[in-house]
Ligand binder design. Structure first.
Ligand SMILES: [Cu+2]
Length: 386
């Protein structure tokens, strides 16, 4: 609300200033003989030099931006195909940088060189086939090269050999959280349908399907290092996008269909944390947090916790009010740790069975106490009396 008011005040101030200058101009009529609206040589010179000024501004700002914010890029990719994506991105950036550096100099130099001059007459210039061929053929070759490299990268990344030894994991998107499902021993996900969603079966897994018997549903994603993971994505409500920036992976989650993306993680979470660039990044973030904490503590609020690096699965489609907070932690483990973690998780069938166990005939259903909820500032224990 405050920012809206500030914007309104700024707009009104600009209108007032604009009107004031108009009134000022009107009061000058007749007093100054040189108030013609036609540009003279002085005006043209000023405009010509301003062109150079603007050119200097965009170059200085670009160089400043590179030094000031260049370190905020994601750095080392954590997946096998990540280097390919980064390479494509870097080549594109370098090309854009070179082309823009040359064309902007030419554009501004010619605008200066041929600035208005009373002595000069315009030259009628119909066309020049050689020139047109040059500026059509060069970009066509460069773009064709980029597109071919892009297609090569795309097929390489998106092709998954079905016979390959992959870990099949489902990512389920809904407003505003992620849930994952491991396909278990058989490596095949059981069928699922929104109609089966009930109680702990939040993904609507069809438990009459034999492939669903060993499926495991989790809220934190663990991946084994060095193994290809094939993600099958679904959405319950609207369009979401599964975005795993450190792995250079993104795929839309579309209601009514299953999309997929596969990648191989190459660094465990611990290995990533130990990298020099990451330690520097984390130290920077923590320095900012520590500084902010001083202000917070002075105001009587709690200080911020120190940050530790975690891989994340984010949503990259604006899917609603809490879209910004739709994320899930990803932990890349060694294959041994991953196996240990997954073995400790119960299957969905076991979870449903445990949830359906009738409460003991005795006085109080203790499990109900866990779901105590705060209401009107008071804790109300939902104790189910039998
Ligand atoms: Cu979303």
């Amino acid at each position: 609300m405050t920012s809206l008011l500030v914007i309104i005040v700024l707009v009104l101030l600009s209108i007032a200033l604009w009107q004031l200058t108009k009134i000022f101009d009107l009061t000058q009529v007749g007093e100054n003989s040189n108030n013609s609206q036609v540009a003279n040589d002085d005006d043209n010179n000023t405009q010509g030099y301003l062109m150079f000024g603007f050119l200097a501004f965009i170059y200085i700002f670009t160089i400043y931006g590179l030094f000031q914010w260049g370190g905020l890029v994601l750095h080392t990719p954590a997946s096998e195909h990540g280097a390919l994506v980064d390479n494509l991105m870097n080549i594109t950036w370098i090309l854009i940088f070179i082309v823009q550096a040359i064309t902007q100099v030419l554009l501004h130099y010619f605008a200066f060189k041929y600035r208005g001059n009373k002595e000069r007459k315009a030259l009628y210039f119909a066309d020049n086939n050689k020139l047109e061929a040059i500026w059509s053929v060069i970009p066509a070759i460069v773009l064709a090269g980029l597109i071919l490299y892009g297609l090569y990268a795309w097929t390489n990344i998106m092709f998954v050999d079905e016979d390959e030894d992959v870990v099949v994991v489902e990512l389920y998107a809904q407003q505003f959280k992620w849930t994952a499902r491991y396909s278990g021993e058989d490596n095949v996900l059981g069928k699922a349908n929104v109609r089966y969603i009930e109680g702990v079966n939040v993904l609507g897994v069809d438990l009459s399907d034999k492939n669903a018997q060993d499926d495991k549903v989790v809220s934190e994603l663990h991946l084994p290092k060095g193994k290809k993971i094939l993600f099958k994505m679904r959405s319950q409500d609207v369009l979401h996008s599964a975005y795993m920036p450190h792995f250079r992976a993104q795929m839309n989650c579309v209601p009514g269909m299953v999309t997929q993306f596969a990648f191989t993680p190459i660094y465990t979470t611990v290995e990533m944390r130990d990298m020099a660039f990451m330690q520097e990044k984390v130290a920077n973030i923590n320095a900012i947090r520590a500084k902010k904490s001083i202000d917070l503590v002075a105001k009587g609020e709690t200080a911020l916790d120190p940050y530790t690096f975690e891989y994340l699965l984010l949503c990259n489609k604006i899917c609603g009010a809490s879209h910004y907070n739709m994320q899930m932690k990803i932990v890349v483990d060694t294959p041994e740790d991953y196996k240990k973690w997954l073995n400790e998780k119960p299957t969905l069938a076991e979870e449903i069975k445990a949830a359906n166990v009738p409460a003991p005939e005795t006085d109080v259903n203790v499990k109900g106490v866990d779901s105590a909820k705060a209401k009107d500032g008071k804790m109300i224990a939902q104790v189910a009396l039998k």
